[in-house]
Design a binder for this molecule. Structure first.
Ligand SMILES: [Zn+2]
Length: 673
């Protein structure tokens, strides 16, 4: 790593820095042809992939630094005296048991034996059906999932949503699409299952060979997959909205015994809920009536084993890693035990760590500056809406009304979650995970059929991410993302507008993307669009969807981006860039951003370099395939090289000309926010 003239990126100096780290550039590349390589090539060369990563980028680097900070916090907490049963004591105890490799090896599959025996002892079809709720209470998925979410017709109330689930490979396409890569995935999945059935001893409990158990479960999951909605249908909030009474659901899926299910989930007074995929529940009902009881039992056992395997002995951890890590993502080696342990502590006690993290790492002044930035962005989006040529005033007024209603959350929540009901003790790692799952499930269930809590956060403060929630019309920026290179208090603000400014604009735009626009300012699913404006929106959005679908992301196996699946995110990137660029222009006019050339770049150029730097990353081929199937975001390279040619401000700032790699004709550029 060069320590030359410009290696001082992020170090303190008197004058603001340009916010552009010149070491991150590859000046041998031509920005007009491959902006990603130009802006990120230096970074990519100096941050090669290591064995434990399938992708390593700016986000991942911050995530890793974050894990180290959390480790420091956990070590501090562990070193001091904590009262038994205090949150600090729980953090220390859980971390220590997760790290106790000797005990994990000694215990082997012992921690899941009671659960497996319970399943093995099922005799009747009634017991088989009632087992679903028992597993769900433990956080062990089977057939479908339950969670609280706003009532789409009345966002002020939280209701139960039942959602398709229960597939060990995840997406239905893994089971149903017959190409080389899926055939390979299926083979590896079955190998993992076969290995783990034997390791867990379920072959002996069931008196069936693990190969046979594996085939039974695999065939059952394939049957389920056929009834799953595909992921594009699931993006449609109307197609997944079927609010119905328990008795109506009972008619659709009589063998699920839905009333008994809700009763067992302690939802005894629940009368209606959202059944996201009714046809799927009907198929589950058919399965429960017709499948061999031993097959369904094996499926439950597999779900227990699969859920537990990360918290058992190394044989389980390694078998799971082989499939989920190596085959699916191309990772060569698992994350070290201490990082996995921190992940578990975060999952179980996230806000305890979050509170300590914010006390140590989040300066209050960051929050103040963010508030100002967000308001500047809101003003810029209002201006863009007002000036849009493809919408009528009627719809614009409603859009502005919605924009003004967006609630902003920055840093960390005002109140912290109470973990006093969670018991952490020195029995087994998995037993603690199970108690934490039960604790979280009860917490989730306690929100159902209650008013929406407007103060709730959907991410922990240490998370390096941000979100928009359409049902509360809110944007949220956890403390974790409010640090360089997203947000650098020492840099001139051109770079901050290009990085965190675009993130803010991105989240605001989600309120108006192809999904978000279907919700009104109260967070209800209701159509506030004039028909011709909605038609224009769809027509314009299709430009972006088609453009991304034409991008070949990998030669072998030949893989194209999924423009429809990533549409919401690509609209948000496009809008975020326009909005933040306009906000920066306002700031330049007010003298808040230097109009000087710094490090050889105009403020407009610094803006786009900072934007691209956020997406610098190296990625394995297997992970390109994985993310193209499962990630609603475009790949880092294409969030730069696919998104920027549509942004005229970029084309002008970098003097992109017809024939350049980054050029598309003005009439082919998407026109939305
Ligand atoms: Zn997004």
């Amino acid at each position: 790593m060069a320590a030359g003239l410009f290696a001082a990126c992020g170090t303190r100096s008197e004058a603001p820095t340009s916010g552009v780290c010149l070491d991150n550039l590859d000046t041998t590349a031509n920005p007009v042809d491959d902006f990603y390589q130009y802006a990120c090539g230096g970074w990519m060369a100096s941050h090669p992939l290591d064995a434990e990563h399938s992708r390593y980028g700016t986000f991942d680097k911050l995530g890793e630094e974050n894990v180290e900070q959390l480790q420091g916090i956990i070590k501090e907490v562990s070193a001091r005296h904590n009262d038994a049963g205090s949150s600090a004591d729980k953090v220390a105890t859980l971390y220590n048991i997760a790290m106790d490799s000797v005990k994990l090896q000694e215990q082997g599959a012992e921690p899941i034996q009671n659960l497996l025996k319970e399943v093995a002892s099922i005799q009747t079809r009634e017991q088989m059906v009632s087992q679903i709720a028992k597993l769900h209470m433990y956080g062990i998925g089977s057939f479908f999932g339950i969670f609280n979410e706003a009532n789409p017709d009345n966002s002020k109330m939280q209701i139960a949503w039942l959602y398709q689930g229960g597939l060990g490979m995840g997406d239905r396409d893994y089971y149903l699409v017959n190409d080389d890569k899926n055939i390979k995935f299926r083979k590896a999945y079955k190998e993992m299952m076969n290995t783990e059935f034997a390791l867990a001893g379920y072959d002996k409990l069931s008196a069936l060979p693990s190969e046979q158990l594996t085939d039974m479960v695999y065939n059952l999951e394939t049957r389920m997959a056929k009834a799953h909605y595909d992921k594009l249908v699931n993006r449609d909030p109307y197609k997944t909205k079927h609010i119905m009474s328990v008795s109506d659901a009972d008619k659709l899926a009589p063998n699920v015994k839905i009333r008994d299910y809700f009763d067992a989930m302690t939802l005894t007074s629940l009368e209606q809920f959202n059944l996201c995929q009714p046809e799927y529940l009907t198929e589950v009902s058919n399965i429960l009536a017709t499948e061999n009881v031993e097959t369904v039992k094996a499926y439950y056992a597999w779900n227990i084993i699969r859920t537990a395997s990360s918290y058992l002995s190394d044989e389980f951890v390694n078998a799971s890693f082989e499939y989920y890590g190596r085959i699916r993502s191309g990772r060569e080696q698992n994350r070290p035990r201490w990082k996995r342990a921190i992940g578990t502590v975060e999952g179980a006690l996230g806000e305890v760590l979050g509170q300590l993290y914010c006390e140590k790492y989040f300066p209050q002044e960051n929050k103040k500056r963010m508030v100002t930035l967000v308001e500047n962005l809101r003003e810029a989006l209002a201006q863009r809406i007002t000036n849009a040529t493809w919408m009528d005033k009627e719809t614009k007024d409603k859009a502005l009304d919605k924009l003004n209603g967006v609630i902003v959350k920055i840093g960390y929540p005002d109140t912290w979650r109470d973990y006093s009901g969670l018991e952490i003790k020195d029995d087994s790692y998995f037993a603690n995970v199970l108690r934490s799952n039960v604790f979280d499930m009860q917490y989730m269930l306690s929100k159902i059929d209650k008013p929406t809590d407007p103060t709730e956060w959907l991410m922990t403060p240490q998370t390096v991410n941000a979100y928009y929630n359409p049902t509360t019309n809110e944007i949220c920026f956890p403390a974790g993302i409010l640090q360089p290179p997203f947000f650098d208090v020492k840099a001139d603000d051109a770079a901050n507008y290009g990085a965190i400014g675009v993130v803010i604009g991105h989240e605001l735009t989600h309120g108006f993307d192809d999904q978000g626009r279907q919700y009104d300012k109260e967070g209800n699913l209701s159509d506030w669009w004039k028909e011709s404006d909605a038609e224009n929106f769809k027509k314009n959005a299709k430009v972006l969807a088609d453009f991304f679908s034409s991008i070949k992301v990998l030669d072998e196996p030949e893989t194209y981006a999924n423009g429809e699946y990533t549409l919401g995110e690509n609209i948000a990137d496009n809008g975020g860039l326009h909005i933040s660029f306009l906000a920066m222009q306002h700031a330049i006019a007010k003298g808040q951003v230097s109009s000087d050339v710094m490090d050889g770049f105009t403020p407009e150029q610094r803006f786009f370099l900072a934007y691209a730097a956020v997406w610098a990353s190296n990625i394995r081929d297997a992970e390109i395939v994985n993310r193209t199937i499962n990630d609603v975001h475009a790949l880092g390279r294409w969030r730069v090289n696919g998104t920027l040619p549509h942004v005229t401000e970029f084309v002008e700032s970098w003097n992109i000309q017809p024939g350049n790699g980054m050029f598309i004709a003005p009439e082919d550029r998407v026109m939305l926010w």
